[in-house]
Design a protein around this ligand. Structure first.
Ligand SMILES: [Zn+2]
Length: 330
């Protein structure tokens, strides 16, 4: 087996001369030509299954010849990772996923994204691994942004087809897609983000599902030899509905991730400290529970930079199963 050349680096920068940034990058270059493929994890630094899957991929590529270039960024948000911080940047309390490149002077998070973007934008393919934060019980699924030409959509979707998860979500509304994902698609980088794992737990089956999906995607792109696995999937499309608290208190969820809820079904309630119910929440439409917040602590007024993460209770996808899956499999 031919061997790859390997480069390990820590990309360093400083925002406004005071806040340091470090992004670890390992690059494998094969002896034969092929696409450029970047895999990243740890944007949300408590989502450990993806980070550990990235390390497993690095170990594999140290001993397995590839075609083209594979770059792995195992922890995008190293400041948050080392601080054991959840979801938001510990420097400026922003949500990294919702920012794009081009405003590096504006905030630490935008500086971080701008630096990261330069590492991503030359790629043909990008997979961004997410795994459910400490406070987040997540149903494993793969959202696929369906944008651009038919061929571009087909290449984007092909990245998702090897993941051993039940649901692949086709997402066509740009407003429902994280800013970074839209920027990459606009620049011709076929990209998906994988949502596998829950509650920040480094669970072996979740790590393995991420890893299997990555191997299949690298085989699909032609970086790795071999026939990619193609487990069966249910393709879903719908609208995202996040149920947010309108009172502060103690949250008692009544659903689990992966549940299908029917109109009128209780989603949970919020009590005061003594257990008296302040507010009850119900499903309004038939929907899949993508995730719910397992943290009982709800402060509905805490919205850093307008972001509603701290008042979120349940994240739903209204169900409208894609009818012609045969076309998508083609
Ligand atoms: Zn995430």
């Amino acid at each position: 087996m031919s061997m790859n050349s390997v480069t390990e680096e820590i990309i360093r920068g400083t925002f406004r001369g005071e806040e340091p940034l470090e992004i670890p990058v390992i690059t494998f270059r094969g002896e034969s030509d092929g696409p450029e493929f970047t895999v990243m994890s740890g944007m949300h630094a408590g989502e450990y299954s993806g980070i550990l899957a990235a390390q497993r991929l690095i170990n594999h590529l140290r001993t397995t010849g590839i075609s083209g270039t594979v770059r792995v960024i195992p922890v995008v948000s190293t400041r948050a990772f080392m601080a054991r911080n959840m979801q938001l940047s510990p420097v400026d309390q922003r949500e990294v996923h919702f920012y794009g490149p081009g405003n590096a002077d504006n905030s630490y998070t935008e500086f971080q994204i701008d630096t990261l973007y330069k590492l991503l934008v030359t790629s043909n393919y990008v997979i961004d691994m997410h795994s459910g934060e400490f406070a987040q019980a997540l149903h494993s699924w793969i959202p696929v942004p369906m944008q651009g030409s038919d061929d571009f959509q087909r290449r984007t979707l092909s990245l998702a087809l090897g993941y051993p998860v039940e649901h692949i979500e086709l997402r066509r509304e740009r407003e429902s897609v994280p800013a970074l994902v839209n920027h990459l698609a606009d620049d011709g980088v076929a990209n998906i983000w994988a949502e596998i794992g829950k509650n920040g737990l480094p669970n072996e089956s979740h790590i393995d599902a991420h890893y299997q999906g990555l191997i299949a995607a690298l085989q699909t792109a032609g970086n790795l030899a071999g026939e990619p696995q193609r487990p069966s999937h249910t393709f879903i499309e719908g609208s995202r509905r996040q149920i947010n608290a309108d009172v502060s208190g103690v949250w008692h969820p009544a659903v689990k991730e992966g549940d299908i809820v029917e109109p009128g079904q209780p989603l949970g309630n919020i009590t005061d400290y003594f257990g008296t119910v302040l507010e009850e929440y119900f499903a309004e439409e038939r929907a899949l529970v993508l995730y719910y917040w397992t943290s009982p602590a709800i402060d509905h007024l805490r919205r850093p930079h307008g972001y509603d993460w701290h008042s979120g209770l349940v994240s739903l996808l209204t169900i409208d199963e894609a009818s012609d899956t045969a076309r998508l499999d083609a």
